[in-house]
Design a protein around this ligand. Structure first.
Ligand code: IPM
Ligand code: MG
Length: 357
């Protein structure tokens, strides 16, 4: 029996709906396995701008820092498209990652047998299943580099700088190598080393580190090729490790291969066991408040939290199995619905999963 404090940031759009289902499932896990999960709710994103005038209030950071881990829904929406840049809802997410020093983002893309039909690729391309883990650097690179306006060759120009230190590259690569050792021992480092200096440094560091992991098969691939290979032959990949911006892009692509972006969870980790767990989908304002969103990504994010932050393997498996079971039973939210399956809303899907815990 353990006691855990969880900060819950529901955020905007479909964030509150999917997070609610994730919290319900977490409570059910607590009852079944005799753990105490205490939730503390905090504001971030557009809803925080509305309530307190800033996207990431200090109180939210304090609540997160005092917690054992964080569950986050999604932030952003058209309502806040015109707020000044420094206060955009997305800044809350970047701020949380930076302030909590969560430099390592794990984004698994797995195809469930029951959902093989939902994969937009031809059946033979993903036959036998697909299980990729994208390890995305999360607190460096162009998303955090210097930016601004300056006088350029053609007049005023905007710029954003991509920069990586050896330290930042080393610590994310270390995570990738270690997690590969628990999987199929293959790491593909995705970069643009034919053009970018930062990519060449990534390669140098990776080459040096590979001696520490003799069992791991390390390869390098340019990002444009990787984007193509993901749809041509995704089964060739096990762990893909890459920079912040490339990981952002490739993880959306990989998610669609699994059938829907509504299925994929993520874990953002730092040096310790503290982590922030969120679905990789955004706030989907077009379907917000309509009980249409798929809560599976948020629910699986809770499973990742149990596994990575609390080392509660059995508990995490209970959630993963419950998700698998409802999919095998043919239960579907609109994003993964097809003829012959049963259409459920967000709440009903959450309830169905919870019933199998
Ligand atoms: C993601 C999102 C965020 C990112 C946005 C909302 C800032 O796309 O988590 O992938 O780019 O990291
Ligand atoms: Mg993204």
């Amino acid at each position: 029996m353990g006691n855990y404090r969880i900060a819950v940031i529901q955020g905007d759009g479909i964030g509150p709906e999917v997070t609610q289902e994730a919290v319900n499932v977490l409570k059910a896990v607590g009852e079944r396995f005799q753990h105490n999960f205490t939730m503390e709710y905090a504001l971030a994103g557009g809803c925080a701008i509305d309530a307190c005038g800033e996207c990431l209030p200090a109180e939210t950071l304090t609540i997160c820092k005092e917690a054992d881990s964080v569950i986050l829904g999604a932030v952003g929406g058209p309502k806040w498209d015109n707020v000044p840049n420094a206060q955009r809802p997305e800044k809350a997410l970047l701020g949380l990652r930076a302030e909590l020093e969560l430099f390592s983002n794990l984004r698994p893309a797995k195809i469930y047998d029951a959902l093989a039909d939902a994969c937009p690729l031809k059946a033979d391309i993903v036959e036998g299943g697909l299980d990729i883990l994208i390890v995305r650097e999360l607190t460096g690179g162009i998303y955090f580099g210097e930016r601004g306006y300056r006088e350029g060759k053609y007049g005023i120009e905007a710029y954003d700088i991509e920069a990586y230190s050896e330290m930042e590259i080393k610590r994310i690569l270390k995570n990738a190598f270690e997690v590969a050792m628990q999987r199929n021992k293959k790491v593909c480092c995705v970069d643009k080393a034919n053009v970018l200096e930062t990519s060449r440094l990534w390669r140098k560091v990776a080459e040096e580190m590979k001696n520490d992991y003799p069992e791991v098969d390390l390869s390098f691939m340019y990002v444009d090729n990787a984007a193509m290979q993901l749809v041509r032959n995704p089964k060739q990949f096990d762990v893909m490790v890459t920079s912040n911006i490339f990981g952002d892009i490739l993880s959306d692509e990989a998610s669609m291969i699994t059938g829907s972006i509504g299925l994929l969870p993520s874990a953002s980790l730092g040096e310790g066991t503290f982590g922030m767990y969120e679905p990789i989908h955004g706030s989907a304002p077009d379907i917000a408040g309509q009980n249409k969103a798929n809560p599976i990504a948020a629910i699986l994010s809770v499973a990742m939290m149990l596994k990575y932050s609390f080392h509660l393997e059995k508990e995490a498996e209970a959630i993963e199995n419950a998700v698998k079971t409802v999919l095998e039973e043919g239960l579907r939210t609109p994003d993964i619905f097809s003829e012959g399956t049963s259409l459920l809303g967000t709440k009903e899907m959450g309830q169905a999963i919870l019933a199998h815990i």
